[in-house]
Each structure stands twice: as C-alpha cells, then as structure tokens.
Design a protein around this ligand. Structure first.
Ligand code: FE2
Length: 317
C-alpha cells in the first residue's frame, strides 16, 4: 500500500497525471428471490453461471474475459451490494486509494488481497451517496466466447447509470476520485462519463441515491432484436425501446428482472479518442432521447427511483 502523502489533498499542488480506473468489473446485487433472479439471468438474459461454493451466484457475460459481471446475494431487501471497477495494476490501485480519500470517499477496506471469487488486489470505499465501490486489479479472468455478429447474447457490461441528489457534485467526485472524464451532457441533468475509449461506462441523473440500470453490449442491432423476441416469448417484454440515444449514439432496449431491476441490451456505443474528446451538451428533446421514436414506453415506464437500502452499509462479502 502506498503511503499517504499530503500533496494529494494539497489544493496548491500543480495538476498531476491522475490515476484512473479503466473498466467496470461487476455489479453485486442483494435480491429477495435468488433463484428467480438467477434463472432470469441464465435462461432469458443469457449470462453464464460461474461455479462457486460460497452461496452467492456469479454470472459472466459470455463474450467477456471478465470472470463475472454480476454477483447475486440473497437479502431481506433489494439493494446494491457493490460496484467493482478495474484498474491496471497494484500501483494504480494504491494511487486511486489516495485519490478517493482526497476526494472525500470513505474507505471501507484498505488496499490488500481481495477475498471474493477471483481474488485480486484492491479496496472498497463509500462514494458520496454511500454506495460500496470496489477498485480491483489482478483478479482471475475467463476465456471469452467469440460471439457471432447478431448472436443474441451479451458481450460485456456496457455501462451503469445512477441517480444522485446532487448529480453535479457526483460528477466532480468521480472525476477526482476515480479519474472519470465527462464525455457529454444531456441538458444539465444527465452526465455521461468514460474511463476508457468507450463514450460512457457510467452516467448519472438527478434523483434519490439509487441505481438506475445496467446495460450490456450486444453484437449489433440484430442481436438486440432477436434478444427482444426471446425475452418477449418468456414474458419479459421490453419496457422502453427499441430506440437509439443521441449521446453515445447507442441503440437501447430496457427490461426488468424478476426483482424489478432495470437491465438494458445496447449496441453500437460510440468509441471516442479518450485523450482529445471534448464534452458536448445535447439539447434535451424527444428526438435527442430517441432518434427513432418508434419503440414502446419511455422514461415514464421505467422503475420509479427510491433510495437504495444498502447505502453506507457495506456487505460482509
Ligand atoms: Fe443505458
């Protein structure tokens, strides 16, 4: 672990090369009906179960080398357990720990060996809303499947979206703590943030402190439409979409899991030059939100946000 230095919180210090996370690793959910949620993800959503003997359910996106992208745990109330971000090496993790503290994040664990499935090295902290956030490196990976174009199975996590009471403060926190960069705004209420060459890995909108949705990259529009057919035939019809957003230019389609969590099949997300991309402001309109305007539903058919029940209460695992 790196020693704490005063320069990280010294406001007179000259700007330095910032440590950054470089991708999302997994989202951990607490769910009331573990079997129903697990079966949805395997049978309908087409994630792949990763064997474990700790009573938790681990699910991988078939096209990803990340060992698992979803972790499910049985809980009394639905909650977000942990959002895990990847960093390139242990030195970067140590640097991120200092940045997180300087930005006002509250450490839950110090950098060290991670005991969860896949091991690795990392730490956990509470972000400004109280979500338990993990930063990790050196964890186990899996052999990804090669998905054919149009094959209706997920490649990887595309992005996660949150509500925050002060969403502008949230943006500042994630810029300072984990090195996210703003890619675009929708008006002044939705901000899209990147941690690599993909237009966004995270976005935030105003609201009570809660999770909005997770999106999975699919191998193209045909995969999205075939996925819709499968989900509809299993009584999991689309709740918003299919459409195409303007910020990020991605095709979207939102569904609900049995536990009520919003999940998205997306494709065609824009790649940007991480070093030179300049953030734009898209003017809000129906056409900005959905360039096509032919899908079912809209934001009004998505779950109503209410505060997450797991804030400032880190899971044991
Ligand atoms: Fe999305």
């Amino acid at each position: 672990m790196a020693n704490s230095t005063s320069s990280t919180s010294d406001q007179s210090a000259t700007p330095h090369v910032q440590a950054r996370v470089n991708d999302i690793r997994f989202v951990g959910y607490g769910v009331q009906d573990l079997e129903a949620e697990k079966n949805f993800y395997i049978d309908a959503w087409k994630l792949v179960e990763v064997p474990s003997d700790d009573g938790l359910v681990y699910l991988a996106a078939p096209g990803s080398s990340t060992q698992y992208c979803v972790r499910l745990r049985q809980t009394d109330e639905p909650r977000i357990d942990v959002i895990s971000w990847a960093a390139k090496d242990e030195a970067e993790v140590d640097a991120l720990f200092e940045q997180v503290k300087a930005a006002g994040g509250k450490p839950v664990t110090e950098p060290g060996a991670l005991t969860g499935l896949g091991g690795g090295y990392g730490f956990r902290f509470f972000d400004i809303s109280g979500f338990t956030i993990e930063v990790a490196t050196g964890f186990e990976r899996r052999e990804p499947e090669i998905l054919a174009d149009g094959e209706p199975r997920p490649e990887k996590i595309s992005h996660v979206v949150f509500h925050a009471p002060d969403h502008k403060q949230w943006v500042k926190f994630y810029e300072a703590a984990l090195g996210f960069k703003v890619s675009d705004w929708l008006g002044d209420f939705m901000c899209f943030l990147r941690c690599n060459e993909w237009h966004h890995r995270m976005a935030v909108v105003p609201g009570p402190p809660t999770f909005n949705h997770i999106a999975y990259d699919m191998p193209g529009v045909d995969a999205i439409m075939k996925g819709l057919k499968r989900l509809r035939s299993m009584d999991h019809d689309v709740v918003w979409g299919v459409g195409r957003h303007t910020a990020g230019n991605n095709i979207f389609s939102y569904y609900l899991t049995p536990g009520g969590w919003a999940v998205e099949y997306t494709s065609d997300l824009e790649k940007v030059d991480d070093a030179t991309w300049e953030a734009k402001v898209h003017q809000p309109s129906l056409e900005t939100m959905d360039q096509w305007g032919v899908g079912i539903g809209g934001p009004q058919t998505m779950p109503q946000p209410k505060p997450d029940t797991g804030l400032f209460n880190a899971p044991e695992v």
